[in-house]
Unconditional design. Structure first.
Length: 414
């Protein structure tokens, strides 16, 4: 292929990539293109170095290119990348998930978190014989039709472009997880599943009041509704047993991705054996049994399985969660101090190793991420996924970056 005369990646990406990007939150202006990454840093094609707090959208609790994960993937690469059959790896990967999560008796792998929530809801519908799903506005569960409904200002279900209106008839959207709202939504005993981010919307951006998830779980049991907890971001990051362990609840079905696959593409659904077993092909004499067919060319791909096993083992062996949480606590305190010293209205808060920062001025808040990148720090919007390999130098540089970025974000554009 002959490259166009203009080799500038920004121009080239606009020509061949829809929207010039491959993910809505990567539609930076100006765009950035990464050449390589290691540890807590990444380097752009123009040579600039960034401290990275996107960390693979939260997938890289061990940091970029951790040697243990790299070695496992390289070893598996030589043995084969796709067997078109079961493997020892998928069994060992599932065993680690089940051993960590008390609510998980069976596992089925997918290729992403979106696929995991899709499968969880299909299983819930099949197992209960019900069609309705209840979700909470602003809780994110991927981009599939069934979970993208929101609430219009007047309170009606609102669907984004491209989603059939009929989908709105199968989804009830609650403005919050307030127990009275959940009780009313489930009271008709016609709901297959209640799906939630147990951390609160956007991995803790809007934390849930204490007890709300536990009460939702009780109401689900009372009404025969399956509780689906989305642990795509929180699973294996906020605790070995995820948000469920922190809150003392058990889901009927859980969705995993990100950390569980060690930075490679991969997701999983885990849950009660009786629900998960609707995935089992029934014997001929039980042809009328409930059965959900779930294909997927890259389910439990050997490379992802190898990375997932290596990452989960290393996280435990190295105390990675504790190290990441300790760094995040220091970053939270330091960034809060910078906000206070600058006299800027806003707040900084934390869920485990995820630090959130928000300015009171929405326009300034929307610009802050750009100015942090200009100062050498890349966040996911203004949230920082901390890892086990962020250290003192990253902390010092991140505080300095915020100090310089704040006045630029608050100042109106020229």
């Amino acid at each position: 292929m002959t490259l166009p005369p203009d080799h500038d990646l920004h121009t080239r990406s606009a020509r061949v990539l829809a929207g010039g990007a491959t993910h809505v939150v990567r539609s930076y202006r100006p765009a950035i293109h990464v050449e390589r990454a290691s540890g807590a840093r990444k380097w752009l094609v123009d040579g600039r170095e960034l401290i990275d707090f996107t960390m693979g959208h939260g997938a890289l609790l061990l940091g970029h290119a951790h040697p243990t994960v790299v070695e496992a993937v390289e070893r598996q690469l030589r043995r084969g990348t796709h067997f078109g059959a079961g493997s020892r790896l998928e069994v060992e990967w599932a065993e680690r998930i089940a051993a960590s999560m008390p609510s998980v008796e069976r596992v089925r792998f997918t290729s992403s978190g979106t696929e995991a929530t899709m499968l969880a809801l299909r299983l819930a519908r099949a197992a209960t014989g019900r069609e309705l799903v209840v979700k909470v506005a602003d809780h994110f569960h991927g981009w599939s039709d069934a979970v993208v409904a929101g609430l219009a200002p007047a309170g009606a279900v609102e669907l984004p472009p491209g989603v059939p209106r009929a989908i709105g008839e199968t989804v009830r959207v609650l403005p919050s997880l307030e127990p009275a709202l959940v009780a009313a939504a489930l009271g008709g005993r016609d709901v297959a599943a209640l799906i939630v981010e147990a951390s609160g919307a956007r991995f803790g951006w809007t934390p849930l009041p204490p007890g709300h998830v536990a009460e939702a779980a009780r109401l689900c049991r009372e009404t025969g509704t399956l509780l689906v907890i989305d642990e795509v971001v929180t699973g294996f990051r906020v605790g070995r047993d995820g948000m469920q362990g922190r809150l003392g609840v058990r889901a009927d079905l859980s969705a995993f991705a990100k950390v569980v696959a060690g930075g490679l593409p991969g997701g999983a659904v885990g849950g009660r054996a009786d629900v998960m077993d609707v995935l089992a092909v029934p014997p001929d004499e039980e042809a009328g049994a409930t059965f959900v067919s779930h294909p997927g060319t890259f389910n439990a791909n050997p490379l992802s399985a190898a990375a997932g096993i290596a990452a989960l083992d290393a996280i435990e062996a190295l105390g990675a969660r504790t190290r990441a949480d300790t760094f995040a606590a220091a970053l939270e305190e330091a960034w809060a101090g910078e906000l206070a010293a600058a006299g800027r209205g806003g707040r900084v808060w934390r869920l485990s190793s995820i630090v959130h920062l928000s300015l009171d001025d929405p326009a300034a808040d929307s610009r802050l991420g750009v100015h942090l990148r200009e100062q050498g720090v890349d966040c996911l919007r203004t949230s920082a996924f901390c890892s086990a390999v962020h250290g003192d130098e990253e902390l010092e540089r991140s505080v300095e970056a915020l100090r310089h970025a704040l006045p630029r974000a608050v100042a109106p554009p020229a």
